[in-house]
Design a protein around this ligand. Sequence first.
Ligand SMILES: *Cc1c(COP(=O)(O)O)cnc(C)c1O
Length: 399
Amino acid sequence: MTHSKLARLGLTRVINASGTMTALGAAQVGDDARQAACEAMGDFVMIDELQARASGVITRLTGAEGGCFTACSAAGMTLGVAACMTGSNLARIEQLPDTGGMRNEVVVPAGHLINFGAPIEQMVRLAGGRVIAAGSAADVQSYHVTAKLGSATAAGLYVVSHHVVPDGQIGLEDFVALCHGSDVPVIVDMASEYDLKGAIALGADLVVYSAHKFLGGPTGGIVAGRLDLVRSLYLQNRGIGRAMKIGKEGILGGMAALEAWERRDHAAVRREERQRLEHWLGTLSGKQGLAVEITPDWTGNPIDRLRVIVDPRTAGLFAWELADRLAAGDPAIMVRDDLVEHGHFFLDPCNLRSGEEKIVADRILSELDRAATAAEGRQMTFAEWRQRATEAALAWPRR
Ligand SMILES: *Cc1c(COP(=O)(O)O)cnc(C)c1O
């Protein structure tokens, strides 16, 4: 792709070895989705009709009764919570986020109260809902959930994500059974999961996916689920949903991305990703200060990543300092650094363009060389690194 427009704006070129990140513009949108979104721009459509067609595509790919597009997954969760509180009562839809007269509690396993860029509990509060945490961070059992389900419960919310606390969680099947036992619908956040059918098959009532993550669509959210709840969710566009609407380009682009996903040669994509990982493994193995290994995705998505463990004593710098130096170059190389406090980061092959894996490996090696000779590393503790990131955020728009 040409960078001429981006270059004219003076924007930093980015090599994305971090996966799919909103802060980096989310997905590399595929040709079909791009074309569909572009074609949509010059025409008028009946949005209700378009969303009904979208429902057809979503149901085909998910096995759900109905579906629609939202602005993003976060919006899908807020509107899903709203739907569970108002049903299709139009007066109640206009009343939100005032929930007077409605059930408004949303039971969430405590270990699922994640931050995906914003706290998930805020997406519940945005609709007027109240989060009721079940259990503790790393200990959520059936009795914890049962104890929180009551006459004010509007929904259960469950998250499938690498952000979720890995230990001591309750399974989706059990969570659904408990909620359904109290006539409570279950909303599942699967924003960045590849499995489009599993949660629906387990009885989830509303499931949200991001169109702009692995699917390679423009920014959007995909909701699949029980037809009555999807309708109630869609009706929120007459209320709070108006503040988070998706346009025709997002819907048509998202539909095209879903259909391209159905046709994609997934095995070929995996082979290409494997080659990039092998290149990294070959070039970075045995280098002083580094240990590397291929690691599978935590939640079982069909993607492997390279874990790069940085030994600060022999490398001469901390993992977060190396990540910073890679990001400070031109092009900026962005690595997956959300667990960098453990002294490692990940290289994710899924959003690289061909040949970029070589640039990534070369830059890591040259930064290591520089660190070995310059002795400028090991200056910044992890806490200082975090603090600096906060200060940078507060100083926007300065870069
Ligand atoms: C990315 C992500 C979100 C947010 O998705 P958007 O579509 O960008 O709003 C929510 N939950 C999880 C688990 C995510 O990974």
